[in-house]
Ligand binder design. Structure first.
Ligand code: UDP
Length: 327
């Protein structure tokens, strides 16, 4: 039985990865320090004999008993509002955490896949973004702690690959959505759906003409699984190229939820990328992968998930506005 270590396992993507690897017949070691993750995302796996959970911060030295075939590093805050709240943790998890995990991968002769991000492209001047584009990142802006840590993460991963011969994979993840996103993490989809469910107006930042391209979580996990098992060690974009403005997205959410609330406009946060769309030619060619779930279907499933949360969870809004983030 192959053994895989998944960090950030109690988070949105990490928990879906745990499900996938259990389904594929792996032994899964799930690691999380629960800063932004939630054990209820993996509760259903807790009695599975091929699953174990370790509460640990990957920025500290890591010890794992026994063999490891694969390591997937998915621990990190992933919302701009979190970067402002916990900037040092955000920096450490992708820098020190990645260093620790690469050391573990080297010692165990495991293959390691890191979760990189479209944020390495910053506020991109090339559109759509290909893997060859180097990006346009402000190192000292509010997103710098995430963007630069992820860029460092790619650099140290390639260094371990070329210098130590560690088998590595790098996925650059574009905006992804689906069940188990944190309702109160401040990101646009949970923000809009949460507002609709609580009967609040939907907050569009700026004029809403900035774009994003949203990928349903099952498609993303499928792409990551194929990348891990491929023999390609350079970065690969995984995302859905179906691009939409944030204003149109707000209108879609209004239609989906049937809310009678209106759209209100707030300041555009500093360094908010104006456009984002993955070029996925590489993933198509190398992995034979492309997204299958269209936004209408994915949003319906996600809305049902958020509707199923209880009132207490729904009202637990930490970030009613982004004033701090905008400064
Ligand atoms: N956004 C918005 N209203 C909100 C939350 C976010 O208009 O209540 C915008 C945000 O300014 C950005 C886009 O939605 O342009 C996506 O933001 P998100 O935080 O989801 O992730 P990002 O792609 O910026 O990392």
């Amino acid at each position: 039985m192959k053994r895989v270590l998944i960090t950030g396992a109690a988070g949105f993507l990490g928990s879906h990865l745990c499900d996938r690897f259990i389904k594929e017949g792996y032994y899964v070691i799930a690691m999380d320090n629960l800063i932004t993750g939630d054990l209820k995302n993996i509760e259903h796996l807790s009695t599975n004999q091929n699953f174990e959970f370790i509460n640990h911060d990957v920025s500290e030295h890591i010890e794992i008993e026994g063999e490891l075939d694969y390591i997937l590093h998915f621990a990190s805050p992933a919302s701009p509002i979190d970067y402002v709240k916990i900037p040092i943790h955000t920096l450490k998890v992708s820098s020190l955490g990645t260093h620790n995990l690469l050391g573990l991968a080297k010692a165990k002769e495991a293959r390691m896949l890191i979760a990189s991000t479209s944020e390495v492209y910053g506020d991109p001047l090339v559109h759509p973004q290909t893997e060859e584009y180097y990006g346009n990142v402000n190192p000292i802006g509010p997103r710098g702690v995430y963007d630069e840590a992820k860029r460092f993460q790619e650099a140290i991963t390639m260094a371990y690959h070329t210098y130590h011969g560690v088998e590595t994979r790098i996925v650059r993840i574009f905006n992804t959505y689906g069940p188990r996103m944190r309702l109160n993490d401040g990101r646009v989809l949970p923000a809009f759906i949460g507002q609709a469910l609580r009967g609040e107006d939907l907050t569009v930042f700026g004029e809403g003409n900035q774009t994003r391209s949203f990928c349903y979580v099952d498609d993303l996990i499928e792409g990551i699984y194929h990348l891990l098992l491929s023999d390609y060690e350079l970065p690969v974009n995984i995302g859905n190229p179906d691009e939409i403005t944030i204003l149109d997205f707000a209108k879609e959410i209004i239609k989906l939820t049937g809310t009678t609330q209106k759209i209100i406009y707030k300041d555009l946060p500093v360094n908010d990328p104006m456009q984002r769309q993955p070029n996925i030619d590489k993933a198509k060619e190398l992995l034979g992968w492309e997204p299958k779930v269209n936004r209408a279907d994915g949003l319906k499933i996600t809305y049902e998930y958020f509707k199923s949360l209880n009132q207490e969870e729904l009202n637990k809004v930490e970030h009613k506005n982004f004033d701090e983030y905008v400064k």
